[in-house]
Design a protein around this ligand. Structure first.
Ligand code: ZN
Length: 178
């Protein structure tokens, strides 16, 4: 397994529309393993293949929520291949979102609170589930990546420009410190 470099905004590759996975082969399994290692190392709770430069409709997620309140995080790795949203609830929820491709920037985004989604798992089985809470938000955020959409695209132009400016400043400071 390997930790892959994560592409950061405003890299134009993040605007790529990813293509469906045709076969689950050794290469894809290696990519999924590497994506998990990259996501856990970052650390983050979700990662789309395009964020490591691979324009395929593959997502990994792990909310790493504790089993009991204040308990240690429990790993529950999930793989979504060719995911689709079949239905979204009319009621919306707001989460403070961040993105490994937009480091250290967070903003509130409104999305359907619950979704019905289908996807293929690692074993090639088709799954269909009703998801809500952070899981629903995270899957919608990651699925946006497959269409070349970032969470800042859901913000007003003013807020989006502010985030990008802060990101550029942060990058300059990091470059100076290095
Ligand atoms: Zn993201």
């Amino acid at each position: 397994m390997a930790i892959l470099p994560i592409i950061e905004a405003p890299d134009p590759r993040l605007r790529t529309i990813s293509t469906p996975v045709e076969t689950i082969d050794a290469d894809l399994n290696r990519l999924i393993d590497d994506m998990f290692e990259t996501m856990y190392d970052a650390p983050g709770i979700g990662l789309a293949a395009i964020q490591v430069g691979v324009p395929k409709r593959v997502l990994v997620m792990d909310l790493q929520e504790p089993e009991v309140e204040d308990g240690p995080p429990v790993k529950r790795p999930m793989v979504f291949i060719n995911p689709q949203i079949l239905d979204g609830s009319p009621d919306l929820s707001v989460y403070q979102e961040g993105c490994l491709s937009i480091p250290e920037q967070y903003a509130e985004v409104e999305r359907p609170a619950a979704i019905r989604a289908s996807w293929m798992d690692r074993d090639g089985r088709i799954r269909e589930e009703q998801l809500d809470g952070l899981m629903a938000t995270c899957l919608q955020h990651e699925m946006d990546h497959l269409e070349g959409v970032l969470f800042i695209d859901h913000l007003s132009r003013l807020k989006r420009d502010m985030v990008l400016k802060k990101l550029a400043k942060l990058r300059k400071e990091t470059a100076k410190a290095a």
